[in-house]
Write a protein that binds this ligand. Structure first.
Ligand SMILES: [Zn+2]
Length: 252
């Protein structure tokens, strides 16, 4: 009873705050109505559109013709089949990702998730399940929620493909990938993910779409894809909010 009352009071207080304070654009802090990002920042977001590499989703400067792969896809093919991203990881995208991840701005997830569902339409069409990249329980404890899980829930509502959030586990605590080189990133996450033995039947023969917020070197989703393929997933695709397109010019 007391608990319910406190909850109701908190909701009322929050509502009063929402009315009193204008919503600010998450990227530039200017007042904005509705969706989190003002029109100036919206214009600065680089949505990824064709032509792009059918394998990695990296945008091409010019259209090389159907089914042409990027050099990266040929020289260093990933374990996953295809990757798609809604936007390039640049200033505004970085602000959104950090706000969702570190500042509890869960209100951004619906917008970001909708953009992802649109960018990943091809992958979602034939998919059996969505699996968010898991946090280690130690990190989940500090963060209170998993940003990839929050995005996956929105994509589930948009696409009708259900989320299997407990299927993949992070079995080893890993250092954050920030500041690590490409080979260091790969060895940092190698073998860090596992499909729980009681979930293998759920994965076997299924087409999985992994969900994450950012794709940088691809080491994390690659390690996840390997774990899912070991559990006999039929295929693994990757859908992220933002991807680094030129890692030399876009440090995290
Ligand atoms: Zn703005």
């Amino acid at each position: 009873m007391a608990k319910t009352f406190r909850g109701a009071w908190r909701d009322a207080a929050k509502l009063a705050l929402d009315i009193a304070l204008p919503t600010l654009c998450v990227a530039c802090r200017e007042p904005v109505d509705g969706e989190g990002v003002c029109s100036d920042c919206w214009a600065k977001l680089s949505f990824i559109a064709p032509p792009f590499c059918p394998r990695l989703g990296i945008p091409f400067v010019y259209d090389p013709g159907p089914d042409m792969l990027s050099m990266e896809a040929i020289s260093n093919p990933p374990a996953y089949a295809r990757a798609r991203a809604a936007v390039r990881y640049d200033d505004v995208a970085r602000t959104l990702v950090h706000a969702l991840k570190y500042q509890d701005r869960t209100d951004l997830a619906p917008t970001m998730g909708r953009w992802m569902a649109r960018a990943g339409r091809d992958l979602l069409d034939g998919a059996d399940m969505l699996i968010p990249v898991p946090l280690h329980w130690r990190r989940a404890w500090h963060r209170r929620y998993n940003q990839s899980g929050a995005l996956a829930r929105v994509i589930e509502r948009q696409s009708g493909v259900s989320v299997a959030s407990e299927a993949l586990r992070r079995t080893r605590f890993t250092e954050q990938q920030i500041g690590l080189s490409r080979p260091q990133r790969a060895s940092n996450v190698q073998g860090a993910f596992k499909v729980a033995p009681d979930r293998q039947a759920l994965i076997a023969g299924r087409r999985v779409v992994l969900i994450d917020d950012v794709l940088t070197s691809g080491a994390t989703v690659d390690a996840c894809a390997r774990a899912l393929l070991r559990a006999k997933a039929a295929s693994v695709d990757v859908l992220v909010f933002a991807r680094v397109v030129d890692s030399h010019k876009t440090p995290i």
